[in-house]
Design a protein around this ligand. Structure first.
Ligand code: PPE
Length: 306
């Protein structure tokens, strides 16, 4: 089990001892899911811990907040500095950073005009999101739950309330003995995993669903697309059917928590030869080299903590 306890949590501008990092039962976000958040990883490198693509995550945090017209009472620079401060205060090397912007106490209508916008930043150690699947490959199902259409919820925003959809899909997957769920969009095309973007490899080319397939536009998705292109692969954003998944040579997930996780079985059908594929492995190796600062071409993606 992951250890969630740490020394400090940053709350509205202050480092608060973990035990005291509490909110009131009447905060708006707890009732209505009115919060936006990020998940960011910090990796141990030869030059100390480094936060991966901090700027892109904080940009998305502000974008998500903006969609819901939540005004964050700090600048992006202040939030980035606070993330660094949290890693330092907790003396972490490898860790996961969770900034959370939430509608706080002050209103109990659905439209929380008078509720303040609060900000908290937590960090904890988080190993492989899908456990052994990082090495062995995940066994997944396509969910009976569908991703909300782009005119139902702004799925490009990373909003706490949206995750009730992921919760249902993941619960269904786990209860059916799988590691993870893949959700289709409202048209029936492949969208993404409950907490990951998805990629398909077919005949040496790499495919991933487009923004209009109700995906969260993942930072890791962008990282892997960039790395793959730099390695000489053609990467195409296109609508993908469930049947194309079954017929893929390789399938893999990307995400901050999931990193690059191979998928070896979907709905009881083996993908390729049922083992993590060569392209997936190559991208996975490159990804870990990059996040650990072992490839100088991508050092601009790292924010060193010290
Ligand atoms: N889609 C969804 C639905 C999603 O939640 C994530 C991240 C991604 C795609 C990948 O985005 P990115 O991290 O920017 O590459 N999911 C976060 C939370 C997982 C959780 O269980 O909590 C994460 O990976 O941090």
């Amino acid at each position: 089990m992951m250890e969630l306890r740490s020394k400090y949590v940053w709350m509205d501008g202050e480092l608060v001892p973990w035990e005291n990092a509490k909110v009131h039962i009447m905060v708006h976000a707890l009732h209505y899911g009115s919060a936006v958040f990020e998940g960011i990883r910090c990796y141990k490198t030869e030059n100390g811990p480094a936060i991966f693509r901090l700027k892109e995550h904080i940009d998305r945090l502000f974008f998500s907040a903006g969609v819901y017209k939540m005004e964050i009472p700090y600048t992006k620079e202040e939030i980035m500095r606070a993330c660094i401060e949290v890693v330092r205060a907790n003396e972490f090397e490898d860790c996961y950073i969770r900034p959370l912007v939430y509608k706080g106490f002050g209103s109990m209508d659905v439209y929380p005009k008078d509720a303040p916008v609060n900000v908290a930043i937590m960090a904890w150690r988080w190993g492989a999101y899908l456990g052994k699947a990082l090495e062995e490959g995940a066994r997944v199902i396509t969910s009976s739950w569908v991703k909300p259409a782009p005119n139902m919820l702004p799925m490009m925003a990373k909003v706490s309330g949206h995750y009730t959809n992921s919760y249902l899909a993941k619960m269904e997957a786990v209860e059916r003995g799988a590691n993870e769920a893949i959700l289709l969009d409202h048209r029936g095309f492949v969208s993404e995993g409950s907490g990951e973007n998805i990629f398909v490899v077919k005949d040496g080319k790499i495919y991933t669903p487009p923004v209009h397939a109700s995906i969260l536009v993942g930072v890791t998705r962008d990282t892997v697309m960039t790395l793959a292109r730099d390695m000489g692969y053609e990467v195409v954003e296109k609508d993908i059917t469930k049947t194309e998944l079954y017929g893929a040579d390789e399938v893999f997930f990307t995400g901050t928590a999931a990193e690059v996780t191979p998928v070896v079985e979907i709905d009881g059908r083996k993908i390729g030869d049922g083992k993590p594929g060569l392209v997936t492995r190559a991208l996975q190796r490159k990804f870990f080299d990059v996040v650990r600062g072992r490839d100088e071409r991508y050092l601009h993606w790292l924010t060193f903590v010290y």
